[in-house]
Design a protein around this ligand. Structure first.
Ligand code: DX5
Length: 228
């Protein structure tokens, strides 16, 4: 792509921090607030300590919204689960490079199913672990917290990794692929994150919290985006 690719910034609230006793309302509030995706943080209690939910939750959320859904699999052996999430109707499956011996084959399987293939890595995993799969992924997701919980502090060293991810994707002609960021995205970090090259942002506690409505929270994030 000869001219600099302009990528609109997409916001994907994670339901991890939503009020699950009124999930339908929380999702419709996010829709009305103009978010672009819904993210499901799937945790198995092995790869990360907490357990959240499985593909049945994806089916339930699918029935609640027409927004595209990302399943972020923080699970060991994701190869055992991707078909269930694809059958549940998610639009992107993001796997952790640390959780499978066959990431290339797994990302191909996700893409062959017509679903966006995302790869992510923990803050302690070298970016070079992604080298072999960058040419076949639709997004690199930078974990800017150690996964497992919402409401954590953004790890500032993630900014360099965001830049590296954009460079890696562009270097192999994947200009249309996203650089996603997950963890500690809020009004004080969002401008630096986007300036570093991210265009797809997971936001949990910045959207779902007890300080303000979802509409006000999303508007606050959008106002904090860099203007240039
Ligand atoms: C893993 C989860 C969280 C969550 C975002 O920890 O992936 O990163 O989605 O939570 P916040 O936006 O509150 O850091």
């Amino acid at each position: 792509m000869s001219t600099a690719t302009i990528r609109p910034v997409q916001i994907a609230p994670s339901i991890l921090n939503a009020d699950w006793t009124r999930l339908a309302d929380q999702i419709s509030e996010a829709e009305a607030a103009g978010v672009d995706w819904i993210t499901l943080d799937v945790m198995d209690g092995n790869f990360v300590p907490p357990i959240t939910f499985g593909a049945q939750m994806a089916s339930a959320v699918r029935a609640l919204t027409d927004l595209p859904i990302e399943a972020h699999l923080m699970v060991e052996h994701p190869e055992d689960h991707i078909e269930d999430f694809i059958a549940a109707g998610v639009n992107c499956v993001t796997i952790h490079i640390e959780t499978t011996r066959h990431p290339h084959r797994l990302l191909q399987r996700i893409a062959d199913a017509g679903v966006e293939a995302g790869v992510t890595l923990n803050p302690g995993t070298p970016m070079s672990e992604l080298d072999a799969v960058v040419p076949i992924c639709d997004r690199i997701q930078i974990m800017s917290v150690n996964p497992g919980w919402g409401g954590q502090q953004f790890i500032p060293e993630s900014l360099d990794r965001i830049k590296q991810a954009r460079t890696m994707l562009d270097a192999c002609g994947r200009e249309r692929a996203h650089v996603a960021v997950d963890g500690g995205v809020n009004e004080s970090t969002i401008a630096a994150i986007v300036k570093a090259g991210a265009d797809w942002l997971v936001a949990g506690s910045a959207v779902y919290n007890d300080r303000e409505s979802v509409a006000d929270a999303v508007a606050r994030l959008r106002r904090a985006l860099p203007s240039d």
